[in-house]
Design a protein. Sequence first.
Length: 291
Amino acid sequence: MSPQDSPRGLALAIGAYVIWGLMPLYLHGLAHVPAAEVISHRILWSLPIALVVLRHNGQVGTVVDTLRQPRLVAMAALTAVLISANWMVYVWAVANGQALQAALGYYINPLFNILLGWGLLGERLSRPQVGAVALAAIAVALLTIAAGELPVIALSLTLTWGIYAYCKRRLPLPPNEGFTVEVLLLFAPSLGYVLWLFATGQGHFGTNLHDTLLLAGTGVLTAGPLMLYANGAKLVRLSTMGVLQYIAPTMVFLIAVLAFGEPFRGVQQIAFPLIWAALVLYTLTLIPRRA
């Protein structure tokens, strides 16, 4: 992590978050395609992009060595399952008019990371962090009481992404190589599923130009921002990345309300400001104190 913010790092990181923020507009065009099929194509079309990047950077050898180590393969398999589950929930949410819950999930995620650090790493919580987590808990409780059930989509996205990020940190692989290993492990089942859909006449790839191009484009949509993020994070301060991460859920929130017309009323108008207030408190903890 860089001690200063480089212009190139900022451009890469902001580019990644903007692409993630615009992703609901792209996925909305595939709302009629089952989420499992979309995810399978994300994996299939990500692999060639990842391999080209590795070849260009001379990193293929690291992937080959990793695949010879059962322990690393098992760790990568766990992160692969977590990220694919996260993608599945997200795609389903956008396709079923729940993009607002998706935004909520990614807003809550930094606060969940605080809890993970406290529970699993023994990190001490500052008073602003405790206050931030408490505000988020109140917001989730209000949404639960109002709806009569937990905001399952938001919490699923928070849990899968938060645990994925934690496990990813413990995986001793550089970002590009780690992503490629994950995609390689998911490639065979994804290909098998797509071939089964084709054989049974249920697949959407190849049926019309619109679906075919959008499904093939999910590879760039998946691998592109992940690699932009991975490389940008090395050139930007941790505190800056902590603030930039709000770009994506804010864009998803605005798209859900303004473009998709999802209702934003009642208890949501209380819960979301509570989350935003919690994020302000959290952001204050990222600002280094001056002597």
